[in-house]
Ligand binder design. Structure first.
Ligand SMILES: [Zn+2]
Length: 195
């Protein structure tokens, strides 16, 4: 399958990188229908990412559920280093009365405390939703090397939705769509509960 070339209608969909790695395809040429069907199938089978990525996103979702229980917007995050979770956080803007108490900020602070370092090189962050401008900045400053997020966030998302702050950031890898349905469903459940 090496001769195939990927042609995407949609803008940068980083998840495709996993397809390439997983199936050792250097380039794929799909008709957009075939591409979408294949992508959708892998997505439904939870096969789009490596297995441990689902495990870590599952832990982030557990964090999001904690936020949900406290009537906070249900977003969760975990920071992973050498295959181990070293920081966790969920959105606490209401309970702490602090607009900066986002899941990512709390997970980053907690991971830095665990490692005893302000820099989190070689760490990965798993977030149930696309990070906002503030959290994207914090991720860059903390030198986290990979971001995995679930659902896109059309109001504040800074990884392509409203802003694209990672566009020119070399070396930082971003993957979207990991357990996106689960993350989105939790957010929808929250907003219908609040209505
Ligand atoms: Zn944020």
């Amino acid at each position: 399958m090496d001769f195939l070339t990927i042609k995407l209608q949609t803008a940068s969909h980083f998840s495709i990188v996993f397809l390439i790695k997983r199936f050792k395809i250097s380039q794929i040429q799909f008709s957009s229908f075939f591409y979408r069907s294949f992508f959708y199938l892998l997505h439904r089978l939870n096969m789009l990412f490596e297995e441990d990525k689902y495990r870590f996103m599952h832990a982030a979702l557990k964090e999001a559920e904690k936020a949900f229980e406290k009537d906070e917007v249900p977003i969760g995050a975990v920071v992973v280093h050498n295959g181990k979770i070293i920081g966790r956080g969920h959105n606490q803007t209401e309970s702490l009365n602090d607009a900066t108490a986002h899941a990512e900020m709390i997970a980053i602070t907690s991971a830095s405390a665990t490692l005893g370092s302000k820099f989190l090189d070689e760490c990965e962050i798993f977030i149930t939703a696309e990070p906002c401008l503030m959290c994207s900045g914090a991720i860059i400053l903390s030198r986290i090397s990979k971001i995995y997020f679930g659902t896109f966030e059309p109001k504040f998302g800074a990884a392509g939705s409203v802003y694209d702050v990672f566009g020119n950031k070399n070396g930082l890898e971003i993957y979207s769509g990991l357990m996106a349905d689960e993350s989105r469903n939790l957010l929808h459940a929250f907003f219908s509960k609040m209505r």
